[in-house]
Design a protein around this ligand. Structure first.
Ligand code: ZN
Ligand code: ZN
Length: 120
């Protein structure tokens, strides 16, 4: 009787013929040598790991739109310059008024340096 032996956690027995099954591989199913029964690896591992990733979404402007965080004038977003038509403008935010009224965003065209402000 070796059922309670130290290798119990890594040894499985075929439910059909009782033979010792080969060790579970990292990938793929396990096949009984004696009766050829195939066992899904999931049946050996009832512990499932669930990873939940929480993203910080504090940015007013979608992070996907920020193309260059290293720009010295600030992050660059897709925004059409009304002066030269370039579609890349850097922005900076400034809290000029009370928090209830939002903040002012300064846009600067990366091409012609045209500046405009927008109150959010
Ligand atoms: Zn078997
Ligand atoms: Zn421009």
């Amino acid at each position: 009787m070796a059922e309670a032996g130290p290798f119990k956690s890594s040894t499985a027995f075929c439910a059909k013929c009782g033979s010792i099954l080969p060790l579970l591989q990292e990938f793929g199913s396990v096949k009984c040598y004696a009766c050829k029964a195939v066992y899904d690896p999931d049946s050996f591992n009832n512990i499932k790991f669930n990873y939940t990733i929480h993203f910080n979404t504090v940015s007013v402007i979608n992070n996907d739109k920020i193309l260059n965080m290293d720009n010295p004038e600030g992050p660059v977003v897709e925004r059409k310059c009304p002066k030269c038509g370039n579609d890349r403008m850097s922005y900076a935010t400034l809290q000029l008024r009370s928090a209830d009224e939002g903040q002012t965003v300064f846009y600067t065209c990366v091409n012609c340096k045209y500046k405009e402000t927008e109150n959010s």
